[in-house]
Design a protein around this ligand. Structure first.
Ligand SMILES: [Zn+2]
Ligand SMILES: [Zn+2]
Ligand SMILES: [Zn+2]
Length: 187
Protein backbone atom coordinates (compact mmCIF):
# COMPACT_ATOMS: atom_id res chain seq x y z
CA UNK A 1 0.00 0.00 0.00
CA UNK A 2 1.49 3.30 -1.01
CA UNK A 3 0.14 6.57 0.28
CA UNK A 4 1.39 9.81 -1.10
CA UNK A 5 0.83 13.34 0.13
CA UNK A 6 -0.78 12.12 3.33
CA UNK A 7 -0.96 14.25 6.40
CA UNK A 8 1.78 14.32 9.04
CA UNK A 9 -0.61 15.65 11.69
CA UNK A 10 -0.41 12.38 13.67
CA UNK A 11 3.37 12.61 13.86
CA UNK A 12 3.30 16.16 15.16
CA UNK A 13 0.61 15.28 17.69
CA UNK A 14 2.48 12.23 18.91
CA UNK A 15 5.77 14.05 19.17
CA UNK A 16 4.32 16.52 21.65
CA UNK A 17 2.17 14.01 23.50
CA UNK A 18 4.70 11.24 23.92
CA UNK A 19 7.89 13.22 24.43
CA UNK A 20 11.23 13.45 22.66
CA UNK A 21 12.70 10.23 24.06
CA UNK A 22 9.98 8.09 22.53
CA UNK A 23 10.06 9.97 19.26
CA UNK A 24 13.81 9.58 18.81
CA UNK A 25 13.34 5.80 18.72
CA UNK A 26 10.87 6.28 15.89
CA UNK A 27 13.27 8.12 13.63
CA UNK A 28 15.48 5.93 11.47
CA UNK A 29 17.02 8.79 9.49
CA UNK A 30 16.50 12.53 9.98
CA UNK A 31 17.10 15.14 7.33
CA UNK A 32 20.87 15.70 7.49
CA UNK A 33 22.27 19.01 8.72
CA UNK A 34 23.96 20.96 5.98
CA UNK A 35 26.93 20.54 6.11
CA UNK A 36 27.32 17.38 8.18
CA UNK A 37 29.92 14.67 8.58
CA UNK A 38 28.59 12.34 5.91
CA UNK A 39 31.68 10.15 6.19
CA UNK A 40 30.26 9.08 9.56
CA UNK A 41 26.82 8.20 8.08
CA UNK A 42 28.59 6.29 5.32
CA UNK A 43 30.97 4.37 7.62
CA UNK A 44 28.19 3.47 10.05
CA UNK A 45 25.92 2.26 7.24
CA UNK A 46 28.65 0.12 5.67
CA UNK A 47 29.66 -1.34 9.07
CA UNK A 48 26.04 -2.18 9.87
CA UNK A 49 25.62 -3.83 6.45
CA UNK A 50 28.81 -5.86 6.88
CA UNK A 51 27.85 -7.04 10.35
CA UNK A 52 24.33 -7.94 9.27
CA UNK A 53 25.58 -9.95 6.28
CA UNK A 54 28.15 -11.71 8.46
CA UNK A 55 25.53 -12.58 11.06
CA UNK A 56 23.05 -13.91 8.49
CA UNK A 57 25.68 -15.66 6.39
CA UNK A 58 24.96 -13.44 3.36
CA UNK A 59 27.58 -12.59 0.77
CA UNK A 60 28.18 -8.86 0.36
CA UNK A 61 29.97 -9.29 -2.96
CA UNK A 62 32.08 -6.48 -4.49
CA UNK A 63 29.23 -5.53 -6.85
CA UNK A 64 26.58 -5.47 -4.10
CA UNK A 65 28.89 -3.45 -1.87
CA UNK A 66 29.62 -0.95 -4.67
CA UNK A 67 25.90 -0.41 -5.29
CA UNK A 68 25.27 0.05 -1.55
CA UNK A 69 28.19 2.50 -1.33
CA UNK A 70 26.73 4.55 -4.19
CA UNK A 71 23.33 4.63 -2.47
CA UNK A 72 25.07 5.88 0.66
CA UNK A 73 27.03 8.53 -1.25
CA UNK A 74 24.25 10.92 -0.13
CA UNK A 75 20.79 10.88 1.49
CA UNK A 76 19.07 11.27 -1.86
CA UNK A 77 17.38 8.29 -3.49
CA UNK A 78 18.95 7.08 -6.76
CA UNK A 79 17.31 5.37 -9.71
CA UNK A 80 18.75 2.13 -11.12
CA UNK A 81 20.02 3.93 -14.23
CA UNK A 82 21.69 6.66 -12.17
CA UNK A 83 23.51 3.89 -10.30
CA UNK A 84 24.47 2.28 -13.59
CA UNK A 85 25.84 5.61 -14.90
CA UNK A 86 27.85 6.16 -11.72
CA UNK A 87 29.32 2.65 -11.94
CA UNK A 88 30.24 3.19 -15.58
CA UNK A 89 31.87 6.54 -14.75
CA UNK A 90 33.93 4.75 -12.10
CA UNK A 91 35.06 2.38 -14.86
CA UNK A 92 33.19 -0.53 -13.27
CA UNK A 93 31.37 -1.24 -16.57
CA UNK A 94 28.31 -2.93 -15.07
CA UNK A 95 25.37 -4.32 -17.06
CA UNK A 96 21.81 -3.30 -16.07
CA UNK A 97 21.00 -6.89 -15.00
CA UNK A 98 23.97 -6.88 -12.60
CA UNK A 99 22.73 -3.65 -11.03
CA UNK A 100 19.17 -5.00 -10.75
CA UNK A 101 20.44 -8.20 -9.18
CA UNK A 102 22.49 -6.26 -6.63
CA UNK A 103 19.48 -4.03 -5.87
CA UNK A 104 17.27 -7.12 -5.40
CA UNK A 105 19.73 -8.57 -2.91
CA UNK A 106 19.99 -5.29 -0.97
CA UNK A 107 16.19 -4.85 -1.01
CA UNK A 108 15.33 -8.36 0.10
CA UNK A 109 17.72 -8.09 3.03
CA UNK A 110 16.41 -4.69 4.14
CA UNK A 111 19.65 -2.84 3.43
CA UNK A 112 17.87 -0.43 1.11
CA UNK A 113 14.29 0.67 0.45
CA UNK A 114 12.51 1.34 -2.80
CA UNK A 115 10.78 4.72 -3.01
CA UNK A 116 7.90 3.97 -5.35
CA UNK A 117 6.91 7.57 -6.06
CA UNK A 118 10.44 8.32 -7.34
CA UNK A 119 11.14 4.89 -8.80
CA UNK A 120 14.38 5.08 -6.84
CA UNK A 121 16.27 3.44 -3.99
CA UNK A 122 17.70 4.72 -0.72
CA UNK A 123 19.96 3.14 1.92
CA UNK A 124 18.35 2.14 5.25
CA UNK A 125 20.17 3.10 8.45
CA UNK A 126 18.47 0.32 10.47
CA UNK A 127 18.47 -2.82 8.31
CA UNK A 128 18.76 -5.02 11.40
CA UNK A 129 15.38 -3.83 12.68
CA UNK A 130 12.16 -5.14 11.12
CA UNK A 131 10.10 -2.19 9.85
CA UNK A 132 7.88 -1.10 6.98
CA UNK A 133 8.80 2.16 5.38
CA UNK A 134 7.63 5.65 6.35
CA UNK A 135 9.35 8.24 4.25
CA UNK A 136 9.37 12.02 4.12
CA UNK A 137 10.64 12.99 0.68
CA UNK A 138 11.69 16.53 -0.26
CA UNK A 139 10.13 17.39 -3.60
CA UNK A 140 12.69 20.15 -4.13
CA UNK A 141 16.11 18.57 -3.38
CA UNK A 142 15.20 14.89 -3.11
CA UNK A 143 16.53 14.40 0.44
CA UNK A 144 14.67 11.65 2.28
CA UNK A 145 14.09 11.04 5.99
CA UNK A 146 12.77 7.75 7.37
CA UNK A 147 10.46 7.14 10.32
CA UNK A 148 9.41 3.97 12.07
CA UNK A 149 6.39 5.06 14.05
CA UNK A 150 4.45 2.15 15.56
CA UNK A 151 1.55 4.46 16.42
CA UNK A 152 1.15 5.41 12.79
CA UNK A 153 1.42 1.77 11.69
CA UNK A 154 -1.23 0.70 14.19
CA UNK A 155 -3.54 3.57 13.32
CA UNK A 156 -3.49 2.58 9.66
CA UNK A 157 -3.99 -1.09 10.53
CA UNK A 158 -6.97 -0.22 12.78
CA UNK A 159 -8.61 2.03 10.21
CA UNK A 160 -8.07 -0.53 7.47
CA UNK A 161 -9.53 -3.27 9.71
CA UNK A 162 -12.69 -1.16 10.13
CA UNK A 163 -13.08 -1.44 6.35
CA UNK A 164 -12.47 -5.19 6.53
CA UNK A 165 -9.04 -4.74 4.99
CA UNK A 166 -6.14 -6.88 6.23
CA UNK A 167 -2.90 -4.91 5.90
CA UNK A 168 0.11 -6.97 4.79
CA UNK A 169 2.68 -4.28 4.17
CA UNK A 170 2.70 -0.56 4.75
CA UNK A 171 4.76 1.93 2.83
CA UNK A 172 4.06 5.60 3.37
CA UNK A 173 5.62 8.19 1.12
CA UNK A 174 4.96 11.78 2.14
CA UNK A 175 6.11 14.51 -0.20
CA UNK A 176 6.93 18.00 1.01
CA UNK A 177 9.89 20.28 1.72
CA UNK A 178 12.89 19.43 3.91
CA UNK A 179 14.16 21.95 6.52
CA UNK A 180 16.78 23.29 4.07
CA UNK A 181 14.25 23.90 1.28
CA UNK A 182 11.28 25.05 3.37
CA UNK A 183 10.89 28.84 3.62
CA UNK A 184 8.09 29.85 6.00
CA UNK A 185 5.64 32.45 4.61
CA UNK A 186 6.34 34.95 7.37
CA UNK A 187 10.08 35.22 6.56
ZN1 LIG B 1 24.96 11.84 5.96
ZN1 LIG C 1 14.48 1.48 6.83
ZN1 LIG D 1 15.02 19.73 0.31
Amino acid sequence: MTWTDCSIVHLQRRSTASGAALLSKQIIARFPEDPHDHRQCFDEAMNTAENLCKRLGLKLTAQRRRVLELLWSSHKPLGAYEILDMLNKQGAGAAPTTVYRALDFLLSNGLIHRIESLNAFVGCAAPDKEHGGQFLICSSCGLTAELDDDGLTEEIRDRAAKLGFDVKKQTIEVSGLCPACFVPNNK
